[in-house]
Write a protein that binds this ligand. Structure first.
Ligand code: HEC
Ligand code: HEC
Length: 338
């Protein structure tokens, strides 16, 4: 018998069982009981209310910023609906978070490291990172990847914070006791999932400093928006209809770049990079393609066959790429990522 079972037995025998050993840590009511051990992923997902999750995400940001807040919003909603196995996720109840925010107390939660693009590093925005972790908890792996890709693209292309979030703030419909700002905040599409670009572009578009309470409030609303969009996608996933929420597509430019630049084995054809971000957000000087080829292979040999060949986006450019690569070893099979 394990120690925990033994203690439970003791408590039951002494009549103290009603005080609830696990409930001392988890105050929220559970529909089903907490299993002894965490079952393997994915865990059960039931349809959630995106608007409630949006408000929880916003509150969560006040408690533990973007990544922790958005992850918490989805997890606590599932725990309120399902109990176990979500009782095993070490997170506070919504009441506890409102209390902590009111008293300015700190609670540590999973995914909290993702704030500010991972401990303020400015890489992946936490409002994407948190929901992506939640999606991974509740979806088959292939399905999770598909859902997360849609969420990433949504973040790049959408004017955030959403109008819905702005209105909740203006009308004081969020759950927070006191607002960092209740203004109708400027919206912009960042073109990037990177915290650094997202914050910098919004600050420049709005005129607010990165350390302003308006910027912080903007990120709280974006956190709610991304948690809500994740839930909309998950709900639609139950019906097999995620396209109705957000499709996964490439922009014209990115699709063109990725005809040559993707995770593959043909180094000289451009397969020395990977990624699905919008290329045009950062790469707008494509003159290098027209110059003398500078590329070095692992053997230190220049790839001179490429000089002038890559006229970007033109059939000629892509055609000559194919011509060149067809001269290469047949053993090299390109490995396409989704
Ligand atoms: C027809 C194939 C092809 C297409 C399409 C293509 N590239 Fe390239 N790209 C290459 C190859 C091959 C090189 C290496 C050139 C060399 O030898 O220096 C390269 C080099 C680059 C470099 C490094 C340039 C340098 O030397 O500093 C960047 C950045 C780049 N590509 C970005 C892009 C982007 C962004 C797009 C889409 C707008 C794109 N490429 C479209 C084939 C392509
Ligand atoms: C967030 C900005 C950003 C985005 C988005 C981005 N890149 Fe880059 N990329 C960079 C930076 C920065 C480098 C390093 C450039 C350097 O060191 O000269 C780089 C390097 C590269 C290189 C190698 C260049 C070299 O120096 O030889 C290629 C090829 C490339 N990117 C292609 C792409 C493609 C294709 C996409 C879209 C799928 C893309 N990039 C999206 C910022 C970005």
């Amino acid at each position: 018998m394990r120690r925990r079972d033994f203690l439970k037995g003791l408590l039951a025998a002494s009549g103290l069982g009603l005080l609830g050993f696990p409930r001392a840590v988890q105050a929220s009511p559970a529909r089903s009981s907490t299993p002894e051990e965490a079952p393997p992923l994915p865990w059960e997902y039931v349809e959630l209310d995106p608007e409630d999750v949006r408000k929880l995400g916003h509150l969560g940001y006040y408690g533990f910023e973007c990544a922790g807040g958005s992850f918490w919003a989805i997890m606590v909603s599932l725990r309120e609906k399902l109990g176990g196995p979500y009782n095993l996720v070490p997170i506070p109840t919504r009441e506890a978070v409102i209390e902590a925010v009111t008293n300015k107390e700190h609670i540590q939660v999973p995914m909290q490291f993702g704030f500010g693009g991972v401990v303020a590093w400015g890489s992946l925005c936490g409002a994407v990172n948190g929901p992506a972790a939640a999606i991974t908890m509740v979806s088959e792996w292939e399905e999770a990847q598909d859902t997360i890709k849609r969420l990433l693209r949504y973040y790049e292309e959408t004017e955030l914070p959403t109008e819905t979030s702005n209105q909740y703030a203006v009308n004081h419909e969020f759950f927070v006791p006191k607002y960092k700002s209740d203004k109708d905040l400027p919206q912009n599409a960042s073109g990037s999932v990177l915290c650094h670009l997202s914050v910098a572009k919004w600050c420049v578009a709005s005129g607010y400093a990165s350390g302003s309470s308006e910027r912080s409030e903007r990120c709280a609303r974006v956190t709610g928006d991304m948690a809500a969009k994740a839930v909309e996608l998950l709900n639609a996933g139950l019906r097999g209809d995620k396209d109705s929420v957000y499709p996964f597509t490439f922009s014209q430019d990115t699709a063109e770049c990725r005809t040559c630049h993707y995770k593959g084995k043909d180094y000289e054809a451009g397969q020395f990079s990977r990624g699905m971000m919008e290329c045009e957000t950062c790469h707008n000087d494509l003159r290098p393609h027209e110059d003398e080829a500078k590329l070095r292979t692992a053997f230190g040999v220049g790839v001179n066959t490429w000089a002038g060949a890559a006229a970007i986006g033109t059939v000629a450019g892509i055609g000559s790429h194919l011509a060149v690569s067809s001269l290469r070893g047949k053993g090299e099979k390109d490995e396409k990522e989704g």
